[in-house]
Design a protein. Structure first.
Length: 132
């Protein structure tokens, strides 16, 4: 007899596992909207595939986000109608914008970005990695 796969049970276990192992420095992609809602300003670092995929959520909270990407070092561009800042400008925003959090959206470069931010003097408590 073939083993039946139960989508609801699998989903419940996956979500329960995420909650049980919750890391305050990780925001799961399904929690992204509530994270944006809870914070006054969020610097979205990394505007690649993942950021594009969840851009409708960012669009909804566009007044709260400050987009940041390394590409802005080489060229001016915008994301959802907002000027994208270069990582070199990020420290100024974290210090000047009260309560700003940095949300790293890059799955491949997340650890390296986190190390760069820490070396720039940004507090660990202000850096959150998007997980999925």
């Amino acid at each position: 007899r073939a083993h039946s796969w139960n989508f609801m049970r699998c989903t419940y276990r996956a979500v329960k596992n995420l909650r049980d192992n919750h890391d305050k420095y990780l925001v799961h992609i399904y929690e992204c909207e509530s994270f944006l809602k809870q914070n006054d300003f969020v610097i979205v670092y990394g505007l690649g595939d993942v950021a594009q995929m969840i851009s409708p959520i960012f669009e909804k909270y566009r007044e709260k986000i400050i987009p940041c990407d390394k590409r802005a070092v080489f060229e001016e561009f915008d994301f959802l109608g907002r000027k994208v800042i270069a990582p070199t400008e990020l420290l100024t925003y974290v210090k000047d914008v009260k309560g700003a959090q940095v949300l790293i959206t890059s799955p491949r470069c997340g650890k390296e970005i986190q190390m760069e931010l820490l070396q720039m003097g940004i507090s660990r408590e202000k850096i959150v990695q998007l997980d999925y």
